[in-house]
Ligand binder design. Structure first.
Ligand SMILES: Cc1cc2nc3c(=O)[nH]c(=O)nc-3n(C[C@H](O)[C@H](O)[C@H](O)COP(=O)(O)OP(=O)(O)OC[C@H]3O[C@@H](n4cnc5c(N)ncnc54)[C@H](O)[C@@H]3O)c2cc1C
Ligand code: FES
Ligand code: FES
Length: 496
């Protein structure tokens, strides 16, 4: 039985922090800089884009401590309860970390705002290299740095610094921090308490079981639910919204599990994208490729599958792919559990099929029927950018003839939607070319996209047709895979 605990706690470097009164929605960045005087961590954009505020967040899993780089600027402090936080100051004490030394040696340091963020991203990779036996190549280094945007002094020296640092052992003081982290986090995990503060600023609760979550949601029906806060964090920093009460989903055990049966893999809604990466990648390699382009490593370390669906965004990247894969949504609320096809969840722009008090518990993805599944994201930048268009295709073929089709697009309408007309136009045709013309014409009946800052309506329509062409070419072996060569680097999982 878990009991509520009113004091917030975390391990900041090697220091146990306990706060009886705290503002649950204060950002981790403000806490570090304003309350703790750790000003090495900088604020650049305050919206998760630039990486200047990168710190390491340590969480235990199977008795091991994994450090992930996260953007402190959009993390509400309450969500780091019972974790370890490392900042650039901790890396440098008592002597500089190999990443810091090599950044100086290779002339890789940037301005004072950006350099600490680069150092922290590379330090995360340094820790990950220690617990994995993959060879780190440039692609992996680039992936680790994708969330650190500004390179006023160039890319080359930073990569050189990384290459030189990553082959060096983890310094003793960093190993000690890790050992203390495991010890402290395990001690906290065994006391069966969860954070629930109710102070002058607001109520913040971080339940650890579905039963406690349900009770809290009944007691606080207006509470803002938070998972990775990569959307909600920006409501705080950019829209200056205040919440009287918040409930954090990221510690609810039942929302963090993965179950498999013959038909489907069920992925807990509060697992981060980094934590679900391996499972999704195993199901369909293109899902791994898509996730590789989702935000940055920092964003993937925080953002959850459930949050990406619950926000109902028409340009959310996972919904088109999961709809094409015929995924289902498992919701739980005051009236019990229900399951619905993911495509039926999105009713209209800003309107989803989620009753008051309901949460997404997990997402079920069929284990079969995706031999010909592919998806592609089109955005202005390769990394760290939101889609203009995202297309996902899943045809069934019999002797080269299309027998059924599931095609979904993001960025083409007010919600992520299936291309029903296009699907019908394809069925019965040969995948080897003859389907393209009628499929492309039908797309124009499916969608009337809008023009906005990301793309014009015309561009979106052309891009969607182009993706259809690319898909048909790919499954009939007519298009070379230009963007993702076979020797692309492995995407790092939650553990590295
Ligand atoms: C720098 C940056 C880059 C980004 N890049 C991308 C990108 O490439 N592709 C993309 O699709 N998105 C991107 N996003 C948007 C965002 O990261 C995703 O939508 C993310 O998946 C949201 O998940 P979260 O856990 O952070 O949600 P939160 O911010 O915690 O919550 C979002 C909403 O979902 C609700 N919610 C969360 N979990 C549940 C649940 N289990 N049940 C019911 N409601 C729930 C919350 O109450 C809230 O209303 C980016 C954001 C940033 C800041
Ligand atoms: S300040 Fe830019 S990502 Fe946090
Ligand atoms: S603004 Fe800091 S390196 Fe460019």
């Amino acid at each position: 039985m878990t009991t509520a605990r009113s004091a917030f706690r975390c391990l900041l470097g090697d220091q146990e922090i306990a706060l009886d009164a705290f503002d649950g929605q204060q950002t981790l960045l403000d806490f570090l800089r304003l309350n703790q005087g750790l000003t090495g961590t900088k604020e650049g954009c305050a919206e998760g884009d630039c990486g200047a505020c990168t710190v390491l967040l340590g969480r235990t899993e199977n008795n091991q401590l994994h450090y992930q780089p996260v953007n402190a600027c959009i993390i509400p402090l309450g969500t780091v309860d019972s974790t370890q936080v490392l900042t650039v100051e901790h890396l440098a004490d008592p002597q500089p970390h190999p990443v810091q030394l090599e950044m100086a040696n290779a002339h890789g340091s940037q301005c004072g705002f950006c350099t600490p963020g680069f150092v922290m991203s590379l330090a995360a990779l340094h820790y990950a290299c220690d617990s994995n036996d993959f060879t780190v190549g440039r692609e992996t280094i680039n992936d680790a740095l994708a969330g650190n945007l500004c390179r006023c002094t160039g890319y080359g020296p930073i990569i050189t610094a990384a290459e030189q640092a990553l082959v060096q052992p983890i310094p003793d003081h960093c190993r000690s921090l890790q050992a203390l982290g495991i010890q402290t986090l395990n001690k906290w995990a065994s006391d069966d308490t969860y954070l629930q503060t109710n102070n002058a600023a607001n109520i913040f609760a971080a339940p650890t079981s579905l039963a406690d979550l349900t009770e809290l949601m009944q007691a606080l029906p207006e509470a803002q639910l938070i998972a990775g806060a990569t959307d909600v964090g920006l409501w705080i920093t950019k829209q200056h919204r205040r919440f009287d009460s918040m409930i954090y989903l990221g510690q609810v055990a039942e929302l963090k599990q993965i179950h498999r049966n013959d038909q489907e893999v069920q992925i807990g809604a509060a697992l981060t994208l980094a934590q679900s990466l391996e499972t999704l990648q195993d199901l369909a390699p293109d899902l791994g490729t898509l996730l590789h382009r989702f935000g940055s490593r920092q964003v993937r370390a925080q953002a959850t599958l459930g949050g990406n669906i619950a926000n109902g965004s028409p340009i959310g990247d996972l919904a088109p792919a999961l709809i094409a894969l015929d995924a289902t949504l498992h919701l739980v609320g005051p009236n019990g559990e229900r399951t619905l096809a993911l495509e039926d969840f999105f009713i209209d722009y800003g309107h989803q099929d989620r009753a008051a008090g309901e949460i997404i518990r997990m997402i079920g993805v069929p284990t079969q029927g995706h031999k010909y599944f592919h998806c592609w994201k089109v955005s202005k930048r390769f990394d760290q950018d939101i889609s203009a268009v995202c297309g996902a295709f899943n045809l069934q073929l019999d002797n080269g003839i299309i027998t059924s089709a599931r095609i979904a697009f993001g960025g083409m309408a007010g919600t992520v939607q299936r291309a029903h007309q296009c699907e019908s136009a394809l069925v019965g045709k040969s995948a080897d070319g003859s389907a393209l013309d009628s499929g492309a014409k039908a797309l124009a009946q499916d969608f009337s996209p809008i023009t906005d800052a990301r793309a014009s309506a015309d561009y979106r329509m052309h891009a969607a047709r182009g993706l259809l062409e690319r898909y048909l070419g790919t499954i009939s072996n007519k298009a070379p895979d230009l963007l993702y060569p076979a020797n692309a680097a492995p995407v790092l999982s939650a553990h590295g």
